[in-house]
Design a protein around this ligand. Sequence first.
Ligand code: NOJ
Length: 741
Amino acid sequence: MKKHVSLMLLLISFSGISQQKSIDQKVNELLAKMTLEEKIGQLNQYTGDHAVTGPLTMNPNKKEEIKAGKIGSMLNVLGANYTRGYQELAMQSRLKIPLLFGLDVVHGYKTTFPLPLAEAASWDLDAIELGARIAARESAASGIHWTFAPMVDISRDPRWGRVMEGAGEDTYLGSKIAYARVKGFQGNKLGDLNSVMACVKHFAAYGAAIGGRDYNSVDVSERALWETYLPPFKSALDAGAATFMNSFNDINGIPATGNKHIQRDILKGKWKFDGFVVSDWGSIGEMINHGYSKDKKEAAYQAITAGSDMDMESNSYRYSLAELVKEGKVSESLIDDAVKRILRKKFEMGLFDDPYRYSDAKRQQKELNNPENTKAAREIAAKSIVLLKNEANTLPLSKATKTIGFIGPMVKLKRANHGFWAIDLKDVDSSYIVSQWEGLERKVGKNTKLLYAKGCGITSPDKSGFKEAVDVANQSDVVILSVGERHDMSGEAKSRSSIGLPGVQEELIKELQKTGKPIVVLINAGRPLVFNWTADNMPTIVYTWWLGSEAGNAISDVLFGDYNPSGKLPMTFPRTEGQIPIYYNHMSTGRPAKNEDDKNYVSAYIDLQNSPKFAFGYGLSYTTFKYSDLKLSKNTMAKNDKLEVSVTITNTGKRLGEEVVQLYLRDKVASIVRPVKELKDFRKIKLSAGESKTIVFTIDDEKLAFYHENLEFKSESGSFDVMVGASSEDIRLKGEFELSE
Ligand code: NOJ
C-alpha cells in the first residue's frame, strides 16, 4: 500500500514537472522567434474604451498596434463578443500571441457584492471567497482573464477614499481575507474556465498615504513595512496570486514603480514570486512628476530595472525600451525575463490553445443570469451589515407594523448600491439591482402601508424636503431613515478631509427625532464616518455601507430579523478627524493615560478622549453572548511548542445568532515596543438560543514572533497577556502565560 502511494506521488510530481517544463519550453521557443519590438509589445498594456479608470496619456491607433504585435494586454475591454473582436486582431499579428484582458473586478461583475471593506466586516472567510469566486465565474465568461484585485492595502486613515477597497486596518484580518480572495478569484487552478488571474495590489504601503490624501507619499520604517503592510501581500502570494500591481506612491523617497528593493529584492527575490508585476495606471510615466525620472526614457529604465514587467498606459516601455537596449543601458535579458513571466501566464491560462476560450457568449448568458449568484450576494450582503446601536430594541421590526415611513436620499437609488469600483455593464439594464425601497416592499405584507419622502439630497444644502419628511414620519409607526455619503465619495481619488455626513442630512435626522417616533438610522458609506450627534442621540443605528446588487433585500432581511446581524467593524471609527490615524493596535507609550479623564502629563488630547467612537471588531446582534471558562492548556510554553486557549460562548438571548470571537495577545516586555494588543485569531460561530460552544485557539511561536530591528522575525521569551473578546475594546476574559526558551 505504502509503495503504491509513493509511486502515485512520484507520478503526480513527475507530471507536474513535465507540464511546467513544457510551458517553459514553449515560452522559450516562442521567445526565440520574437523580435525586440515584439518582446516590448508584450510589456505594453493599453486601456480600451469600456471604462476610463485613469487619465489617458496618448491615443495611439490601438487596433493597428495590436495587429503589429505592439500590445500584449488590454484593460477595460469586456464582454464575450467585444473581447473576441480584440483577440481577432491579435490573431492577425505575426506570432499570433493572444492578448490578456484585465479589468477591475473588485467586488463583483454583474452581480455585485458589498464593498470589500464592507465584506471584511462579515469576518466570514468562506463568504468572502465565494464572493470572489462568483465574480470570477461571471467575468471569465465575459472574456476577462485577469482581475486587478484583491486590493490588500492596510490603512489606518478613513480620510483615504480607497479604504473602501481593502479589508481595513488590521494586518492579521487583512492577510486572511487576502488569501480568501485570491483563492476565490483563481479557483482550483489558472486556466480553468471559471477562474481569473488575481492581481494583488498596490505593492506597497499605498494605504499609508500621508494625510490620507490619495497618491501621496509614504514614509514608513522598514520594520513597519514588514510588520504592518507587507504580510497581506505575502499571504496573497501564498494563496498562489498570479500577478502583482505596484503603487503610485513613493516609499521613503523611492516611487514604488521604480523601487528595486520592493519589487526585485523582496517580491521576486526573497519571496521568489514567478508571476509578473504590472505598473499602476501611468505610474511609470508619473515618476517624472515625482521628480525621480527626467523623462519617460529614464522612467522606463528605472521601472524595468526595478522589476515592473508591464507598463499600464504610460507608453514609456513602448517608445523607449528598444532604444535603451540598443544603447546597451538595458540588457535584453532583463526584457526577456519580463516577457517570459507574461507569456507563461498566457500559456497557463490556455490562451495559446484557444485565444477565445473565455469569450463565450453562451456561457456569459448563463453565468450572468445564475440565480445562485444572486442568492449568495444577498447572504453576503446581510453578513456585512453592522448593527451599531439597538438601545430601545426597536430592531428587529415586525412585519405586521401598520405604517412604515422610509425616508432619505438613498432609499430609491438603484445603481448606487453597486458602490465604487463596479463595472458599468452598459448593455445590461439595472432592473436586477434591488433598491432599499424595493427590498422593503418585498419584505412586508399587504397590510403594511409604506410611505416615502426623500427629505434632502446627499450633498445639497436644500432643506425644502424636510417638511414632507416630517409629515411622513408623523403618519408612521416606525421610521427608517437612510443617509450617508454618495457611493462615489469613497474610492480612488476620493479622499475627504472631513468625513461627516454630507450636506444637511444630520439636520434632517434632528428634525425627524423631534417627532418622537422610533427611528432606525441606516448609514451608507464606503469608509468609517464621523456622526457624533447621531451616534449620541439616536438609539438605533445600522451601518449598511454599500452592499451591492442585493442591498435592498439584505437590508430588509436584517431589519426584520430574517438575518440576525453579525458584522463587526474592520476599521476603527474615530470621534473626530483629529484622532486620525487611529487604530486599536497602537504601541504602548511611556505615559499612557489611566482613563479618559486623565490629562496629567499623559499621552492624551486635552479636548478629547483617546478612545474611538466605535472600536475595531465591534458590532451587535439581536441576541447576546456570554464568554466563560477561559482556559490555557499550560502556563508556560516553550518556543517550539504550542498552547491552547479554550473559551466557552453561550447564546444568552432568544434567537439564533453568530458571534465573531476575537483573540488578542500582548507581549508585555520586549526588545522592541509592542502594541497594546494584536488580533491573532478569530472564529465566527453560530449558536441557537441557549446553546453553548467551546472553541479552541492554538497559539504557536509564529503568533508571538515580531520583526526585530535587524528585521529578523522571531519571538522573545517572557510574559504574554491573552485577551478574548467581542471587540478590541470589549475584552471579556483574560489570561497570561510565559514563553520560555
Ligand atoms: C488605477 C488604480 O489605482 C488601480 O487600482 C486600478 O487597477 C487601475 N487604475 C486600473 O483601472
